[in-house]
Design a protein around this ligand. Structure first.
Ligand code: PLP
Ligand SMILES: N[C@@H](CCOP(=O)(O)O)C(=O)O
Length: 468
């Protein structure tokens, strides 16, 4: 399988090169040139497989030219053996035909573990083979950072620098990152917001001269194709568990960088019967405004009780645009250029074709807390604020009550105790055993100005082989 850039000017690459590259050299994102397609018979043959085996079978075609099957299977098995539930991604029923898929049973309690615990292993495998050391650079609004650090903390082959917006992630999220004291882990709290962090990450990928040719950058954000690939699997798992391929499903996905829901879109392109995808956002609603009204215009970032979705520029929207434009890169470039200067719309027929699949809703903090309380009242099930937004959007946007609706449960409620307390539910969300002393652990992080040169100088001084 070859991967091509959404902007059409970068060379096509193999999986191994895409894994190590991050952004394409033309600023675009890599996508597979073609997707594997399943017939209903193919899907039937996947029914009942344990999660790790399904994951091997779904992902292997994407990596087969770069990694031997036995090695890949071993990495996938080890990854999902580290999850706290035997089903890996259990489905919890809230109501008739209404489910939450718990994607937070991995080591750092958010859906990012599905891809990032595997990404750490894939990187180590490839870097060991090449005898190479790299620098990982990532931006986080709270969850990617800890999952990426967990995936790479023991690696001899990487140094990892994670930028988070200072004071704008939850205390649990911050501590999950900053209490990892390994020499190769560098947490930077940026005096800015997530968009600022993400912009500096992308600028650093575009121009890596600050590394003086001594190393290269690897991405752990969902600009890295491997992130999306691993997330396709749980959509297929949900479908097969709830009657697929002979029954359609709808998904509601708490959305920020559009990576998770894009994986659902790809599962559908591969033949999984998905009737509806609901984009569930907080007050940072650029995607909701686009889906509901064909109006794409960045706004000012707002800080909410669902901080992981405090994002106004969604990286993976570009991957969807590429498809909506019939895989015509010049149109993608033109759209994105115009968006830098104000509001943009798609041609009506293209937007309508997206509307055939996507619905959306934006949910504010007050309503998020009400939903946490309502669902707890109905079922004694405790939602985190991101998942609560998903559940609200699922209920409000549902097209057909006979089609099972699955909300992606993207984080454990214990990561966001403020929202849980504000909702007034009579229960605390306790951290699991392995994190029970998190609040007492020593922290290490550096606060830096929201300035690209400052960040890059810090990195150049601090990566482990800086003087070699
Ligand atoms: C808990 C949680 N929910 C939802 C999202 C949104 O996912 P995506 O950025 O893939 O749209 C994120 C982070 O991005 C997250 O950490
Ligand atoms: N919500 C994310 C933001 C980064 O998104 P990514 O999926 O592109 O890594 C976070 O929690 O860090």
């Amino acid at each position: 399988m070859r991967y091509i850039s959404t902007r059409g000017q970068a060379p096509a690459l193999s999986f191994e090169d895409v894994l190590l590259q991050g952004l394409a050299t033309d600023g675009g994102l890599y996508v597979p040139e073609t997707l594997p397609r399943y017939t209903p018979e193919d899907l039937m043959a996947l029914r009942g497989l344990p999660y790790d085996e399904l994951a091997c079978r779904v992902m292997y075609p994407f990596v087969e030219e770069s990694i031997a099957e036995d090695d890949f299977r071993a990495m996938v098995r080890e990854t999902y053996a580290g999850f706290a539930h035997r089903a890996v991604a259990p489905l919890v029923q809230l109501d008739a035909n209404e489910w939450v898929m718990e994607l937070f049973r991995g080591p750092t309690l958010a859906f990012k573990d599905f891809a990032l615990q595997l990404l750490g292993r894939l990187l180590d495998h490839v870097l060991e083979k090449r005898g190479q050391h790299v620098v990982i650079l990532g931006a986080t609004s709270g969850d990617t950072g800890s999952a990426a650090i967990e995936g790479c903390r023991h690696s001899e082959h990487v140094d990892i620098f994670i930028l988070h917006p200072h004071g704008r992630v939850s205390e649990v999220q911050r501590r999950q990152m900053t209490t990892v004291l390994s020499d190769n882990v560098h947490n930077i709290a940026v005096d800015g917001n997530f968009d600022d962090c993400q912009k500096m990450v992308k600028a650093s990928f575009a121009d890596q001269s600050f590394l003086e040719g001594k190393t290269s950058l690897v991405a752990v954000n969902s600009i890295n194709w491997a992130r999306i690939m691993a997330q396709i699997v749980y959509y297929i798992y949900a479908s097969l568990a709830l009657g697929g391929p002979h029954r359609s499903l709808a998904f509601s996905v708490p959305t920020g960088n559009f990576g998770d829901i894009f994986a659902g879109y790809l599962a559908r392109q591969m033949g999984v019967p998905v009737q509806q995808l609901v984009v569930a956002t907080n007050q940072n609603d650029i995607l909701h405004r686009f889906i509901s009204g064909n109006h794409y215009e960045t706004g000012k970032l707002q800080h909410t009780l669902s901080p992981s979705m405090d994002i106004t520029i969604s990286s993976n929207f570009e991957r969807l645009l590429f498809d909506l434009y019939g895989r015509h890169p010049e149109s993608v470039v033109q759209f994105l250029k115009s968006a830098e200067h104000g509001a943009v719309s798609l041609e009506n027929d293209r937007w309508k074709s997206a509307r055939g699949l996507f619905d959306s809703l934006s949910v504010n903090d007050e309503r998020t807390c009400e939903v946490i309380a309502e669902v707890y009242g109905e079922t004694e099930y405790l939602l985190d604020p991101h998942t609560a937004i998903g559940v609200e959007a699922a209920r409000r946007c549902r097209r057909d009550a006979t089609v099972p609706m699955v909300t992606m449960g993207t984080a454990h409620p214990a990561k966001f105790p403020d929202a849980v307390t504000r909702s007034g539910v009579p229960r605390e969300a306790a951290l699991p055993e392995h994190l029970s002393d998190l609040m007492e652990r020593e922290e290490r992080f550096t606060v830096l100005d929201n300035d690209l040169a400052t960040i890059q100088q810090f990195m150049a001084r601090n990566w482990r082989y800086a003087d070699s």
